[in-house]
Design a protein around this ligand. Sequence first.
Ligand code: KIV
Ligand code: ZN
Length: 388
Amino acid sequence: MGKDIVQIFDTTLRDGEQVPGCKLDADQKLVIAERLDDLGVDIIEAGFPISSPGDFTSVEAISKLVKNATVCGLTRAVKKDIEVAAEALKFAKKPRIHTGIGTSDSHIKFKFNSNREAIIERAVNAVKYAKTFVEDVEFYAEDAGRTDNEYLAKVCEAVIKAGATVLNIPDTTGYCLPEEYGAKMKYLIENVKGIDKAILSCHCHNDLGLATANSIAGVMNGARQIECTINGIGERAGNTSLEEVVMIMRQHPDLNLDTNINSKLLYDTSQMVSRKMGMVVQPNKAIVGANAFAHSSGIHQDGVIKNRETYEIMDPEDVGVNESSIVLTARSGRAALAYRAKLVGYELTKRQLDEVYEEFLKFADVHKAISDEDIPQIIEACNLGIES
Ligand code: KIV
Ligand code: ZN
C-alpha cells in the first residue's frame, strides 16, 4: 500500500518573515519562493497582503512567478483583508485564501471582547466571503492549542459547512504537549461532522521546543498538512522546521507517511534562507546544522570509520550534504587521526601513529579544532622522517 502524502505548507515568507530584524526585500522573497517551488513544497504562504503595500506587491509577484505550488495569502476574518488578499492572488495558478480568528477563551475575551457564538458567526462569514473569490479556502482557529476541544469542534463543523477545505489547528503559543496535540486531532476527526470534506493542518510554534514533536503527533493522528518554515524560523522561538518533519517521515517508514519534498535540496535551501535573512543556523540544528553530520568524539569516530551506520541514521547525501565529517579535537582517538592523516597523504604505521598521537593531543588541547593544514605540522614536529 502506498504511503499517505502529508502536504507541506511553507510559511517562511509569512510567519518566518515576521522575525525581528529579518525583513526580506521583494527580490529576495521571489528567489526564496522559486526555490520553495523547486523543493516541492505544496503550498507557499507568500505573505499577509493587507499588512503593507510591500507585502501586497510581493504576494502578487510570487503569484505570477510560482509554477507548481498553491500560493496562499493570510487574512484576518475581515472583509477588507479578504478582498485585498484575493486581489494580490489573482495571478496565481492555484490561489488559496487563509482566513481565521482566535478561538481560545483568552482571545475571545481579551482580543475581541466577544463571545463564542459571535466568533463562530464571524468565522463562517469570513469563509463564505473568501469562497466568493477562490475555491481553496483554509480556516485557522488561532490559539486552537488552548481552545477546548468541544468548542473547537463546533467551530470546525461550522466553517466546513461554509466551504473551508483545510482546517488549520494552530498551537499559536507553543503550549501543547505532543500527546495533547495529537489527541486534539483525533478528537476532531472523531467528532466533527463533515470532516471527510476537509483536511486538518498542524501549525505549531516552538516556545517549549515541541513544535516538531507536536506536528508529528498531529499527522500520526490524522492531520494531513504541516505548516512549517525553513530552519524553523518564525515568531518568538519559531515554527516547526520543514527539514525536520520531512526527514522524520522519510526515516520512519513505519509511519507510512511521506511528502513531495526533494530532500536533496534541503541543505542548500537552508543556507540560502539563512544568508538572505541574515540569520545563522545554530551548528547543532538537526538536519542542516554545520555539526549535524560531524563526528568529534573518539568512540563515535572509530565507529563511523568502521561503518557509518553505527552513529548515523541518515545518509548526509539525502539532505544535500556531500559527506559526514570526522572533526579532530582533543576528544578524538587514534582511528580518527590515522583516517584524517591518510586523507592528506600520510600512511602511519602503528608505532608512528602512537608518537604522532601524543603530539596531536598537546596541539589539540591548545588549538581546540584541528584542520587538515595542521596535520603536516604535527607530524613534522615528531621528527620521524615521515613524508606524505
Ligand atoms: O500561529 C498562528 O496562530 C498563526 C495563524 C495566523 C495561522 O500564525
Ligand atoms: Zn503561527
